[in-house]
Design a protein. Structure first.
Length: 439
């Protein structure tokens, strides 16, 4: 579908109306990014990376950046928290930090700030805009131009952050067509260890837009566990990018869970730019009704002796549509690369649909790389076996659906998050079918 001529103009006008007096070079960065977005425009389905996902529902609406957060009580937040009192928590409402809902614990060697305060007070954010690609990726350019607030986390060399850092992004604006543009930066220096969780949730079923970007820089030997939970409201549109750059012997564990939003797209990309670096990318999506969920992953092996493992699973019901496109790229100098990728999908309805495309591009000759994808329905033999052991048909179907999801959820090492997501999956799977998220 051809986008309206005014689609890009709306965001250019929004940009021009903002105050660009931020210190630290952000004003110049924003201007370059908006120029790139104006040149790129919204992607169309002619773009190979967007071949199965139309952004027309976003481009044909006039979403507006929120100017201030909606006031919320702590009680309205409780249901979205995994954390204990020992966890550091930053809560952003409608794209802006809500200090009264946040709790930051001091930890030697760890700096945690909100982005808008750093820019407003003249703080330097040296790696901001240097990892995520705003030159060729339209939504990253849009976020970079209009970024509001987010977390800036820096962990010093050889420091281990014992408790997870939870970033909660809530959309609560009562006016339809609100938009927020969260921006996060996570820097782990040599030998550092940390866990960062991002939760995206909506309190109202109004149509709204979230465009987020998280940049991750891992120094030599650093290890990060990053978990993203997307549980937006039923009328939401969600486009997120997680972009990492890894140095020698660093390790990234990424998990993406998506069950909300009318249309969602999550890009998870990493550059293995040091010998011995490794990444694990796992994820799960479960949608029903007319939901559309899209995951795009990219792992670029740029140095020798690098390792990647990737498993994504999808459960789809109703008339929902799932998309998975996973790319593993091996440069000529990346000898001894070891990469494995798989995508498995379970269809619970005759009308549900999945487009899956795992890809390998290999330009080195001494590698071990495999990939594969499956799309199928519940195993009738397994159903018969379980019913023969005394379970009724609904119980058998429910347990098989849950078992399909459970093995990838077991990869999450943060127990409160793993337990909460397992409970969420089981709650949505009722009577052998996937209930709508808002039920």
């Amino acid at each position: 579908m051809t986008q309206p001529e005014t689609a890009v103009d709306h965001y250019v006008g929004m940009f021009e109306s903002l105050d660009h007096a931020e210190a630290g070079g952000a004003g110049e960065l924003r201007r370059r990014a908006m120029d790139r977005f104006a040149g790129l425009g919204f992607p169309t389905m002619k773009n190979e990376d967007w071949h199965y996902t139309s952004v027309a529902p976003i481009a044909t609406r006039s979403f507006n950046r929120t100017g201030s957060p909606t006031s919320l009580s702590a009680g309205e937040l409780d249901q979205y928290l995994f954390d204990s009192p020992d966890w550091t928590r930053l809560v952003f409402v409608d794209g802006w930090l809500a200090p009264e809902l946040s709790s930051v614990h001091d930890h030697p060697g760890v700096q945690i700030s909100d982005l808008s305060s750093m820019l407003r007070e003249g703080g330097k954010v040296p790696q901001l805009g240097t990892i995520a690609d705003h030159e060729t990726v339209a939504f990253t350019a849009l976020n970079t131009a209009l970024m509001q607030d987010g977390a800036v986390i820096t962990v010093a060399g050889n420091v281990e952050v014992a408790q997870p850092i939870h970033l909660v992004f809530l959309s609560a604006h009562p006016v339809p067509q609100a938009a927020s543009f969260p921006r996060n930066l996570v820097v782990l220096e040599k030998g550092a260890r940390a866990t960062v969780i991002e939760s995206y949730v909506g309190l109202r079923d109004e149509s709204y837009l979230t465009v987020s970007v998280t940049e991750i820089a891992l120094g030599e030997g650093a290890r990060l566990e990053h978990i993203k939970v997307q549980n937006e409201s039923a009328g939401a549109f969600h486009v997120a990018t997680i972009q990492a750059r890894q140095e020698r012997d660093s390790d990234l564990h990424s998990f993406s869970y998506a069950s909300g939003a009318e249309l969602s797209r999550t890009n998870v990309n990493t550059l293995l730019d040091g010998s011995g670096s490794s990444c694990t990318m796992n994820g799960m999506y479960m949608v029903s009704g007319s939901q559309h969920v899209d995951h795009q992953t990219s792992i670029e092996h740029a140095q020798p002796n690098t390792t990647s493992r990737e498993i994504y699973k999808g459960i789809l019901d109703g008339h929902s549509h799932g998309v998975f496109n996973g790319k593993v790229y091996v440069r000529p100098e990346a000898q001894k690369t070891d990469g494995k990728q798989s995508n498995n999908n379970l269809l619970l309805s005759d009308h549900a649909r999945v487009d899956t495309k795992p890809q390998l591009e290999i330009f080195a000759d001494d590698v071990k790389c495999t990939h594969g994808a499956t799309v199928g329905r519940l195993d009738e033999v397994a159903l018969f076996y379980m019913k023969s052991r005394g379970l009724d048909a609904e119980q058998a179907r429910t347990l098989l659906i849950y078992a399909f999801a459970a093995d990838v959820l077991e990869e999450i090492t943060v127990k409160p998050v793993k337990d909460a997501l397992e409970a969420a999956v089981f709650a949505r799977v009722r009577g052998g079918k996937l209930e709508m998220a808002s039920d």
